[in-house]
Design a protein around this ligand. Structure first.
Ligand code: PEP
Length: 251
């Protein structure tokens, strides 16, 4: 599996008409010149089946969230089984906006991960420290705990389906990017943590993405670092030109 990935997170943006235009533009750009990385987009859930029907072989679809239970009286929620039944291949888990706005804990996220893997949907597991934790030097401890508590109950086989996205919360949507040294340092730490649990081979094949104000101007520098396998892109994934430049930043 190609370790290099660029994934867009559209969050709660775009009308259906705008979403189709962006998806179609990306599809034609990628059919003109193939990407060297896996390309994933995570649109709002209500657009997933419509975009799946457009059938782009160069773009995989991701959900932004799912419920931990397979079905039931959970008004407004979507299960992993439903995502799988629409051909959705990936799902974000534990984005900092969900951790902060909905109080999603590592324990809850571990159950979402289980639900996704049971439906053969690949989790993109988000982790990252807030500014105070970085300032107090606790960032490795925080990220290590997020990963251990959310993922380390998995078997090695199960874990090999997970993508990890390191997103320092202070860099998300703020225009302040982690330096490539800061990103590399944390990504190397994450890979070492995975190696200690699952061994070198699995750690070596795990995709670890950087997210947080990554854009067309800084992606190349970030992706050039040995443990940065690509990006989870918010704002800059909403414009075809910018997102394409980020995809092309992979050598
Ligand atoms: C994100 O929300 O995952 C993200 C990285 O956002 P932005 O690129 O806008 O900082």
């Amino acid at each position: 599996m190609n370790r290099k990935v660029v994934s867009g997170n559209w969050k709660m943006n775009l009308t259906w008409s705008e979403a189709q235009t962006l998806f179609k533009d990306l599809t034609s750009e990628l059919s003109r010149q193939k990407a060297t990385c896996r390309v994933i987009v995570a649109p709002p859930a209500c657009y997933l089946s419509g975009l799946a029907a457009l059938k782009s072989s160069d773009i995989s679809l991701s959900a932004q969230n799912c419920h931990q239970e397979p079905k039931g009286a959970y008004t407004g929620d979507i299960s992993a089984i439903m995502l799988a039944s629409m051909g959705v291949e990936y799902c974000l888990v534990g984005h900092s906006e969900r951790r902060q706005n909905y109080g999603e804990s590592n324990e809850l996220l571990s159950r979402k991960v289980n639900a996704l893997l049971a439906s053969k949907v690949n989790p993109i597991y988000c982790c990252g420290e807030v500014l105070e934790q970085r300032k107090s030097g606790d960032h490795f401890k925080v990220v290590g705990a997020q990963i251990a508590q959310g993922l380390f109950h998995l078997s090695a086989d199960e874990f090999s389906n997970v993508i990890v996205a390191y997103e320092p919360v202070w860099a998300i949507g703020t225009g302040e990017t982690a330096s490539s040294d800061q990103a590399q340092e944390m990504h190397a730490f994450i890979r070492k943590t995975v190696a200690e649990k699952y061994g070198e081979e699995i750690a070596h094949s795990t995709s670890i993405l950087y997210g947080g104000s990554c854009n067309a101007a800084n992606a190349q520098e970030l992706f050039s670092r040995p443990d940065v396998d690509g990006g989870l892109i918010g704002g800059a994934s909403l414009k075809c030109d910018d997102f394409t430049k980020i995809i092309r930043s992979h050598g």
